[in-house]
Every structure is written in C-alpha cells, then in structure tokens.
Design a protein around this ligand. Structure first.
Ligand code: OAD
Length: 226
C-alpha cells in the first residue's frame, strides 16, 4: 500500500513555530504581498530578507515533535512506499529522520534568481549577497512565493496518481495547488483522511477525518497503520 502524506504548518505548531492563518498567525502580523511575493521582493528585498532571517532563526531553535517522529517511523517501518510532501519550509521532518518533498522550498537553502544555483542559506541573508556561482546580487531564500509554481509538481502528481492512501495533516486547505491534492488522490481511487485540529476549508472532500492536536492524532494514526 502506497501512502502519500501532505503536511502543513499545523504539524510544526507544537514545536513552537507559528501557523499562517487563524489567531496570532504569521499573515495576521505581516502583509503577505510585501514579504511573500516576487513583486514584494523586487520592491524591498531587505524587508523580505529580514522576514525570512527571523523565521530561519526561529526554525533553527525548534525541535521535532511527536507527529514528526511518528511520520518518520511510518516511513521507516511501513512495508510499502511512504511519500511525505510538505508545504513547510522548516526542516523538522528531516530532523526527525524523514525524507520529504519540500513543495514550498526550504528556509535553510538560498537560490540565485539569475542562474538558479542553490546552496545552504547562511543564518542571515542580505540583498547584497553575491551568488557563489555567477556573482549576481540576486540572492533570495529558496522559498516558493505567491504567484510562483511550487516545486516538484510533476513528481507529486505521479505520487497522487499511484497513492492507495492520502492523508493531509495540519493544513488549512486554503492554498492551491496543495489544497487540491485530496481531489486528485480520490480520483485515483485512494482512501483519503484529514488529520487537523479543526475542520479545514476542504474537510468535506475527505472520506475520513481525525480532529485533535497533531502530537496526539498522528502517533495514534501511525500506530493503527503499523
Ligand atoms: P495554515 O496556517 O493556513 O493552516 C494551519 C492548519 O493547521 C489550520 O487548519 C489549523 O487548524 C491546523 N493546526 C494548528 N495547530 C495544529 C495542531 N497542533 N495540530 C494539528 N493541526 C493544527 O498553514 P498551511 O495550511 O500550512 O505558503 O498554509 C499553507 C501555505 O500558506 C504555507 O505553506 C505558506 C502559507 O502562506 C507560502 O508561504 C508559500
């Protein structure tokens, strides 16, 4: 049985990293058009770097929680393939020992907007940083911004087509294309399950739902599968 899992900010919430929407969410404190779009970066690159430098610092101090560890255990012990696609830009799945597809990029990587070279991000990035390969001063966080195409989409489409079980964990279902994965997986015949603190925008599309904090629901779900 092939399992495909989509994770969102709710998985890292109990590691102390804020979610984007809802009370106290990142997008209630920052204007996403200023800090998470190519246009915002073109207007004020220092402001965008400041925002991601702060998020990188927060993420560096966070530790994986029971949900990250349970998913890593599922990937290790399950007899079939377990693909984890994450919208999260932190590296907590990897810190717990899992392999993931980072469809929205990673805070700990930098990319040159001119030549596409990528490299490990330093703790602090600045608009004047030159690319180590082509020397252009167009260095940016390797993060997918609104209006850009998420990474690895054809690989993800293949996984959704061949999934037997699809789970979405800790994601509000407000951002596409990820919010549409449940429909693609169901069309391919997969059983679908949502694990979230509360109903998401797309809850009604799932065959099964488990409500509660990820540190409780995910280990319970993994124990059932193994
Ligand atoms: P959101 O902040 O939109 O949604 C987080 C979801 O997690 C909500 O449905 C919460 O109810 C749920 N949640 C919160 N705490 C939880 C917990 N302890 N256990 C389980 N669930 C919990 O975050 P995402 O859906 O990940 O993109 O947001 C998607 C994308 O929008 C992000 O990748 C980011 C953002 O803008 C970019 O920056 C490109």
């Amino acid at each position: 049985m092939k399992i495909v899992i989509l994770t969102g900010a709710g998985v890292s919430a109990e590691s102390g990293l804020g979610t984007f929407r809802g009370k106290g969410g990142v997008w209630t404190k920052y204007d996403l058009t200023e800090v998470a779009t190519p246009e915002g970066f073109a207007r004020d690159p220092e402001k965008v770097h400041d925002f991601y430098n702060a998020r990188r610092r927060n993420a560096a101090g966070a530790r994986p929680n029971a949900a990250h560890y349970a998913l890593a255990r599922l990937q290790e012990k399950h007899a079939g393939e377990v693909v984890i696609v994450t919208q999260n830009v932190d590296a907590l799945h990897e810190a717990a020992g899992a392999r993931t597809i980072h469809m929205h990029g990673r805070l700990d990587r930098a990319i040159c907007a001119s030549c596409g070279e990528t490299w490990p991000a330093p703790d602090m990035m600045f608009a004047t940083d030159p690319c180590p390969k082509c020397t252009a001063k167009t260095t940016r966080p390797d993060i997918v911004w609104f209006g850009e195409i998420p990474k690895a989409m054809s690989q993800i489409a293949h996984h959704l087509e061949t999934a037997d079980l699809f789970a979405a964990i800790g994601t509000s279902g407000q951002v596409y294309p990820a919010a549409g994965f449940v429909t693609e997986a169901a069309r391919s015949g997969a059983h679908t399950v949502e694990l979230n603190l509360e109903p998401s925008d797309v809850s009604g599309l799932f065959a099964e739902r488990m409500e509660g904090p990820a540190t409780e629901s995910v280990p319970a779900w993994v124990a059932r599968l193994l």
